[in-house]
Design a protein around this ligand. Structure first.
Ligand code: FE2
Ligand code: FE2
Length: 198
């Protein structure tokens, strides 16, 4: 039971429980994605700390990252985990998850931009991302951090349909995309963090 004597703590507890419930549901359908989200959340938080985001922004970033792919619940697992190249129609279907995640999370009153951060986690600063083709500073910094963490985790860990490509390849890829698709400061922070660890 939340401690009703502290309203802010109560709200935070209820928000966390709402996210935990969504993740429990996702885990029943797809036991891989919540693990991915957990690892992305840990890395995104480290990048956010390095960029000196304040406590509420770090909290929003961490919550958003934990559930950023919740909309994948709506995508058949055989498409989500398909090895090899996806057809255009399959890729279009996968891309819908960013909007679905936003629509699900926007139903929870976070009083922090959690749903907005998630909405833009596949946007790129050159406007080539989805679902809205946002550019540069029109994308929240928290989303730009999440994008970098998402790419690094996706490449450096095993996925259901392929083995890890390795951390060096992941860091090379974000360096290649630095300032083109990815926020330079977020990339630099991630490179520093991961270089210290590996
Ligand atoms: Fe995603
Ligand atoms: Fe992801």
């Amino acid at each position: 039971m939340p401690d009703l004597a502290d309203p802010i703590q109560t709200i935070h507890t209820l928000q966390t429980q709402a996210l935990d419930a969504l993740l429990a549901l996702q885990h029943l359908i797809d036991n891989y994605t919540p693990l991915h989200e957990d690892r992305v959340a840990a890395l995104a938080l480290q990048i956010g700390r390095r960029l000196e985001l304040d406590a509420p922004r770090l909290q929003a970033l961490h919550m958003a990252a934990r559930v950023h792919d919740i909309g994948k619940i709506n995508i058949p697992l055989d498409i989500l985990n398909k090895p090899g190249k996806l057809s255009e129609a399959e890729f279009d279907l996968i891309k819908t998850h960013a909007q679905t995640s936003y629509e699900v999370l926007n139903r929870i009153d976070f009083s922090l931009p959690v749903a907005d951060i998630v909405h833009a986690h596949h946007e790129y600063i050159d406007g080539s991302g989805y679902p809205r083709g946002l550019r540069g500073d029109d994308i929240l910094l928290e989303s730009r951090i999440l994008t970098v963490a998402d790419i690094v985790e996706s490449m450096s860990e095993d996925r259901p349909y392929r083995k890890s490509l390795g951390m060096p390849a992941a860091l090379q890829e974000i360096s290649r995309l630095r300032g083109i698709r990815l926020d330079p400061a977020a990339v630099d922070a991630c490179l520093q963090l991961c270089a210290n660890e590996h």
